[in-house]
Design a protein. Sequence first.
Length: 300
Amino acid sequence: MSALTSESRLVDSFETRIAGIDSVDLDKLHALSMSVAWPHRREDWQFLREFGQGIAAIDEIGRILGSAMWFPYDDRFATIGMVITSPRLQANGAGQWLMRHALDQVAGRNLGLNSTRAARRLYLSLDFVSEAPVYQCQGEATLPPDVELSDGAVVRPLDAGDLGPIADLDRVAFGTDRRLLLARLIASSKGVVLVRGGRIEAFSLCRRFGRGHVVGPVVASSDADAIAVIHPHAVEHAGAFLRLDTREKGGIFGDFLSRCGLAIYDMVTTMSLGEPWLPNPGHQAEHQPKTYALVSQALG
Ligand SMILES: CC(C)(COP(=O)(O)OP(=O)(O)OC[C@H]1O[C@@H](n2cnc3c(N)ncnc32)[C@H](O)[C@@H]1OP(=O)(O)O)[C@@H](O)C(=O)NCCC(=O)NCCS
């Protein structure tokens, strides 16, 4: 072996400081998420920065080595997301460090997050408890079969005046009022509502995200209604990349997603700290609105 190849040097010694996520360069945040193969675009980061708060870990020459964000929906509940450490720094305690900062900022609230496999040990060590799997379904959308609407239901495009009723449905399903988030999402999404007897009983939003479009949130009281409000988005994006993150697997809903070309690509785990986040399925009343698709893994 030559002297050149056997030479080694310790180069991984970073002095790191924490900065507000608003103060750092969007392109560098984008590079950070790309370094862990996440699909977020600059615009997706910007949307999250405008809605939530967060921190970035920066080295002496301004490189971003990590991030963590939190989304305080009210003074009782927040989600945590966008927890990333640069691959060359992983397993050195940076994840713990960033999470401790984030947890300080949301102290006193119940917390929810969706954990990747890589992050599971980190969150378990911080006393988060696993609640349910989330299936990340995606692919090139295919034209789904027609759906029949039950009990005189009609499906129509969502308009700005629907914010109140859809926020009420979402609050029952999600457990916390997300009116502000929904108002922002409506501005950049196409929406569909299902109306029965003059009342909105289900809705879906679909927006640009990552590699294509994402459908979410979707709130409905039955698989059939959820399918009815997702169907128009699948038709519109047939032939293009579409994604939907759901806790529902199997049954007619799972079957419908498969027929839309949305196969399970990955799985994450919903976890909580404090009070349980998700309603206990055993205690959930029939025909109660539930979340069929997440806004995103970070926002729940
Ligand atoms: C998840 C992630 C943020 C963890 O960051 P990190 O800087 O490696 O975290 P830490 O060094 O503080 O390690 C935290 C714990 O996870 C363990 N850990 C770290 N990397 C691990 C790996 N690849 N496999 C198993 N355990 C691992 C550490 O040993 C540590 O456990 P301990 O507290 O019991 O000692 C980082 O791996 C990452 O950015 N992954 C890709 C993006 C991602 O999945 N983010 C999570 C979104 S929910």
